[in-house]
Ligand binder design. Structure first.
Ligand SMILES: [Ca+2]
Length: 236
């Protein structure tokens, strides 16, 4: 390749790159098979890929250059790990929480933290998620973020709902509305870790397969089932 063409390619890459949001990190539980403690099971927390008993890496976490998963996807203390295959999530026995604040106190949440690699800055745009909730159950949820891992700020002030979408044959869950995080000032020029927290509670419905409570999991749609979109830029 001649020098002129090389510099032309470099120029177009530089000028196009800042305009495009990209997938900074994503999780896809395709291939998880729950087999108990001695064999493969979905990881809690889930920070990286998992090896199958045959030694193959399955269900990778995809991370863009300049980004790291500083704390893996994890369940709050209100959840027990679910035993669903091709999914990742938990079951809560909480029948009482009816608000985000109550659900938070009950530990009904999932969290993950991402950070820029040294020398990079992140501009976050959105969070995308595919959710599995038992048919007949409706959940409420809000998203929060934290820059210190302890004090959380609500991203969505009005709770959203997820109607049950899973349980009938072939039920694969549903894509939730994209969560826009592009207007949050500290997340436009992120130089440190940010923790995201999805707080969940049961609005209505009975579960037949668990002793009360509710199930929430990501998964079973084609491709990634949780992702953060944005840009990783070089320089502080
Ligand atoms: Ca998937």
């Amino acid at each position: 390749m001649n020098k002129k063409l090389l510099s032309l390619l470099a120029l177009s890459a530089t000028s196009l790159w800042p305009l495009q949001a990209e997938m900074l990190v994503s999780w896809d539980p395709e291939g998880f098979i729950y087999k108990g403690a001695d064999k493969i099971k979905p990881p809690q927390p889930w920070a990286e890929s998992v090896n199958s008993p045959a030694g193959e890496a399955i269900s990778i976490v995809t991370v863009a250059p300049g980004v790291k998963v500083s704390e893996g996807l994890d369940l709050g203390p209100g959840f027990k790990a679910s035993r669903l295959n091709t999914a990742w999530g938990g079951v809560s026995s909480d029948e009482h929480s009816k608000t985000a604040a109550e659900a938070e106190r009950a530990g009904n949440f999932i969290t993950f933290s991402i950070a820029p690699e040294p020398g990079y800055q992140l501009a976050l745009k959105s969070i995308e998620m595919n959710a599995l909730v038992r048919e007949g159950v409706t959940l409420g949820y809000i998203w929060q973020y934290s820059l210190d891992g302890t004090t959380f700020t609500d991203i969505t002030t009005t709770p959203s709902t997820i109607a049950g979408n899973f349980g009938r044959p072939g039920g694969r869950g549903q894509t939730l509305d994209s969560l826009n995080i592009s207007n949050i000032a500290p997340l436009k020029k992120l130089g440190t870790a940010v923790t995201f927290r999805l707080v969940l509670w049961k609005i209505s419905g009975e579960t037949l397969t668990e002793p009360g409570g509710f199930l929430f999991a990501i998964g079973r749609m084609p491709g990634e089932d949780l992702s953060v979109q944005g840009e990783a830029k070089k320089g502080q």
